[in-house]
Write a protein that binds this ligand. Structure first.
Ligand SMILES: C[S@@+](CC[C@H](N)C(=O)[O-])C[C@H]1O[C@@H](n2cnc3c(N)ncnc32)[C@H](O)[C@@H]1O
Length: 377
């Protein structure tokens, strides 16, 4: 039995299910966004597809993609948007099952929906396929694409990010065992294989490694393109840490991903376990009654946003939306802060809602713009 056949011969484990929840939530948010934005063609690539389901029949990424497409039937037909889906898996025995499982799912599509969806299957090595895909998409700059990159282990992240950076409307989700990176980083063959920019792990505990890797990668790429950003979500299983790296260039995409991440982790928005408990475990607070506990991520954001508003550095809902997303918080957090500032008579704005949502931000330069000014009292 190969590693791949073994993986699908068992029920998916807990970390895989968390990963799949994030994948499918994002796919479900991504498809309608682009269909409703009048794009004629949209592309989804699942580069490491697997067979489609586990031993219990729980759907993996390919069947979840098809399910998400089916749920959008009405919108797809109404918009006349064509979906191009590419499933890939290097191993022939996996590839043939993948094709069979996907074709069975596609048979459930109505003929009208089926005519809008083209599905390609391939069994290339990712390293061979990816340059061809990115080259094709570079020549189709107005065609949005979503990539799922879900290998068993690590892969040449830098090579992937260097090429992806050139794409205009692309979002991607990578899943990787990040704790391996810290463990093997000192080995030159490992580093060379992964093709990583220089990283530092000094001062990071293992539970922080995914976040540290992603933040350092994000810093490296933002120097090349400040629109491009990466968001981490860490998944713990026993003593191992895995992680999702979400990447995109658009505030709308970050808004959607942050919403999903904070729903899964209402405390910090970035892990399937309590980072604050891990923090205490690694550096226990000494029994000192006078040391205040560390503020939560949300409390720290409240302090920061309040300061910016009171100093008149953030003066309206558009600036507040952008600040909130760039700080890694969903707009609801900024709304709560601004409503509180109004209730406590620190600021005034017209109406009950500070209107911090992507939809208002999107229309900021149009005649329908709904700008809300914050007046410091
Ligand atoms: C973690 S599994 C993917 C799981 C799948 N995304 C799901 O949700 O069910 C990784 C898959 O990648 C395939 N694979 C491994 N190395 C590959 C490579 N270099 N190129 C493409 N596929 C590869 C394996 O056969 C395996 O099915």
């Amino acid at each position: 039995m190969t590693k791949s056949t073994d993986f699908f011969a068992k029920p998916f484990d807990e970390k895989t299910l968390v990963k799949l929840t994030i994948f499918s939530s994002y796919i479900k948010a991504w498809i309608p966004t682009f269909i409703k934005s009048n794009f004629s063609d949209i592309y989804i690539y699942d580069f490491f597809s697997g067979v489609g389901k586990d031993a219990k029949g729980t759907f993996g990424s390919p069947l979840r993609i098809l399910q998400a497409v089916s749920e959008q039937e009405k919108n797809i037909i109404m918009a006349g948007c064509r979906l191009h889906i590419h499933f890939n898996d290097k191993f022939p025995e996996i590839f043939s099952q993948l094709k069979e499982n996907c074709e069975l799912e596609l048979e459930k599509f109505s003929p009208r929906l089926r005519s809008m969806v083209s599905v390609t299957y391939s069994n290339y090595d990712f390293e061979e396929l990816y340059p061809k895909v990115s080259h094709k998409l570079q020549n189709q700059q107005f065609k949005p694409s979503l990539f799922l990159v879900d290998p068993f282990g690590t892969f040449a992240v830098k090579r992937f990010l260097d090429q992806t950076l050139t794409l205009k409307y692309n979002d991607f989700l990578i899943f990787m065992p990040t704790s391996h990176i810290k463990r093997f980083y000192e080995r030159p063959d490992f580093r060379e294989n992964l093709d990583l920019p220089p990283l530092s792990f000094d001062n990071f505990e293992t539970y922080q490694v995914h976040q540290a890797v992603v933040e350092q990668l994000a810093g490296y790429y933002q120097e090349k393109d400040e629109e491009f950003s990466l968001i981490p979500f860490t998944i713990q299983k026993n003593s191992n840490y895995y992680g999702i790296i979400f990447g995109a260039k658009h505030l709308r995409a970050f808004d959607k991903f942050l919403d999903i991440a904070w729903q899964l982790d209402p405390e910090e928005g970035n892990a399937n376990y309590s980072i604050s408990i891990e923090r205490q475990r690694s550096k226990p607070i000494q029994g000192d009654l006078f040391t205040p506990p560390m503020p939560s991520k949300k409390e720290a954001f409240e302090v920061l946003l309040t300061k910016k508003v009171m100093q008149r550095k953030i003066r309206n809902n558009f600036q507040a939306f952008e600040f909130c997303i760039r700080q890694g918080h969903p707009p609801s957090h900024a709304r709560e802060v601004l409503v509180k500032l109004k209730k406590t008579n620190k600021i005034h704005f017209v109406g009950r809602s500070p209107k911090i949502l992507y939809i208002y931000y999107k229309n900021r330069n149009t005649t329908n713009s709904e700008k809300i000014e914050f007046i410091v009292l």
